[in-house]
Design a protein around this ligand. Sequence first.
Ligand SMILES: Nc1ncnc2c1ncn2[C@@H]1O[C@H](COP(=O)(O)OP(=O)(O)OP(=O)(O)O)[C@@H](O)[C@H]1O
Ligand SMILES: [Mg+2]
Length: 266
Amino acid sequence: MRGGAQCHLVEAADGNCYVLKPRNNPQHRRVLVNEWLSSAFLRYLRVPVPETAILDVVPELTAEYPDFSIHLGKSRVPVESGWHFGSRFPGDPGRVAVFDFLPDTILRDVSNLTDFLGVLVFDKWVANADGRQAIFFRANIRVPAADEPPLPARPGFAALFIDHGFAFGGPQWVFQDAPLAGISPARLVYHGVRGWTDLEPWLEWVKHFPDEIVDQALRQIPDSWLDGEHDQLNALCEKLMTRRKRVASLIEDCRGERVNLFPSWR
Ligand SMILES: Nc1ncnc2c1ncn2[C@@H]1O[C@H](COP(=O)(O)OP(=O)(O)OP(=O)(O)O)[C@@H](O)[C@H]1O
Ligand SMILES: [Mg+2]
């Protein structure tokens, strides 16, 4: 797959296909921890992410497929055996086309475009140091308005949010806040924001984010991803919880004169 972590598309024993982010990727093993925690937190915030899994690579696999490897300069090392991060491909890769980018004319009709506002609240909270990434694919969607009866399914594009390797400041595990960090390059997704109510319920949900969700996600992380860094990770999560109430002010910084992400905000 494209990208700095040199992911591979694999079919797992459960019959699903996953984009596997290797533990021995060139970015850092901590990006797997960031992926796992972020996916769990986003699910609680009802922001759609792919299903995730901890994938076991058996030694025979790397022996059989020499291309299942990582390029480091001129050398090549196999994806090591053991546990890796998996982000499930939404369907059969032979049938479902997945796009990293859509032109604005198609993007504006994506069925869950407002989820970009939920993920913005998340990205500011966790100080995502990377641009916001999503994947888009065609799905049968039913989005009845609150006062309407259920609508029949209609085809359209849906977005899932991916690549949380640089949440928590990336491999540094340092919260460095910058107005344009964690922002989508597709600025159209922010054009409809008219005020704080458009960023609800996510702001409120983050402000009261439960400890149990963090603890549960921490318990699932394989020891091999941490390499003894349990204390550092616990300290990171404590800082994260003290940041919960700061998210609105971090979003306020996106409304400065130099950067105005929300041209419709009154
Ligand atoms: N669940 C998924 N389903 C389909 N495609 C995916 C999925 N997850 C990732 N991809 C594809 O794989 C690519 C690489 O994934 P990702 O962005 O997570 O890796 P990365 O190497 O960390 O990227 P970057 O260099 O942006 O940090 C994505 O750009 C996307 O095209
Ligand atoms: Mg990426």
